[in-house]
Design a protein around this ligand. Structure first.
Ligand code: B1M
Length: 216
């Protein structure tokens, strides 16, 4: 198989052996770490999602694919271009209550960290009280929430309502992302109820450009 196809298959098959050698080969061929992630590996994860969604792949295998994806991203991270030092602003990042999906959130962390932001990544299954507490403690400029389940889109709505109730909405612009969200849901429905700023990021790069916009 050609290298791109081989790497993609590794994600789909959850095959970790020889992963580093293939990644090295892609880097040596002049591919950037980000292009390997975006153009090859994420394509593989997409197939995994389709196979799982259609009942052709069982959960333990999805987990294996996720592990290979994470290992690949960790291996590639040192090869990413880093601009500056975290002085552009601070964001608290979490996957919302009841949701364990963190590959996307961690990609957002890497992209923001490598582009001048300080990221306080508090992990998965975080209730809004913990997110607000971390934002207080770390004096965050922005709160970022990720969630992939349809259920998580409802949790995000409840979280924004809770922030309104606590009177902290004006303090923190919120960045939302994750596969089950739509731009319309965030920009029409959620924006109508949240008294602060709320933005939808389709991917980590839109997350970065939104951070740049919010912080200027
Ligand atoms: Co799950 N899972 N999963 N899963 N899983 C999905 C989300 C699903 C769509 C699969 C499917 O059915 N086709 C489906 C949800 C269906 C729904 O809600 N209607 C699903 C399900 C059902 C489940 C379980 C309920 C299965 C079960 O137990 N029966 C269970 C949930 C457990 C829970 O959360 N309570 C579950 C578990 C798992 C694993 C643990 C096996 C594993 C996660 C491992 C991990 O993350 N550590 C897993 C995986 C891997 C997936 C799929 C296949 C891939 C997700 C992924 O990592 N994508 C997924 C299928 C899919 O998404 N279509 C699926 C790659 C990642 C880079 O994309 O996270 O979308 P994503 O991030 C993108 C953008 O969304 C954006 O940037 C990233 C790209 O640059 N982004 C942000 C994300 N967050 C952002 C935040 C931002 C900005 C941008 O700012 C704050």
């Amino acid at each position: 198989l050609p290298l791109d196809e081989r790497l993609k298959r590794r994600i789909i098959d959850g095959e970790r052996g020889g992963l580093e050698a293939d990644l090295d080969e892609a880097l040596a061929a002049g591919r950037s770490a980000l292009s390997i992630i975006n153009d090859i590996l994420l394509d593989g994860m997409k197939v995994v999602g389709e196979l799982f969604g259609s009942g052709q792949m069982q959960l333990p295998f999805v987990l294996q694919s996720a592990e290979v994806m994470k290992a690949a991203v960790a291996y590639l991270e040192p090869h990413m271009e880093k601009t500056d030092d975290g002085g552009k602003g601070r964001i608290v990042l979490a996957t919302v209550k009841g949701d364990v999906h963190d590959i996307g959130k961690n990609l957002v962390d890497i992209i923001l960290s490598n582009n001048g932001y300080e990221v306080v990544n508090i992990g998965i299954k975080q209730p809004i009280s913990a997110i607000i507490e971390a934002a207080e403690t770390h004096n965050a400029d922005v709160i970022g929430m990720s969630g992939l389940l349809v259920k998580s889109t409802v949790i995000m709505k409840e979280n924004l309502e809770e922030m309104n109730t606590r009177g902290v909405a004006e303090r923190w612009p919120v960045l939302l992302g994750g596969a089950a969200l739509t731009r319309a849901y965030v920009e029409d429905d959620l924006r109508a109820l949240y008294t602060g700023d709320v933005h939808y990021a389709r991917d980590a790069f839109e997350g970065l450009s939104l951070m740049d916009r919010v912080m200027t």
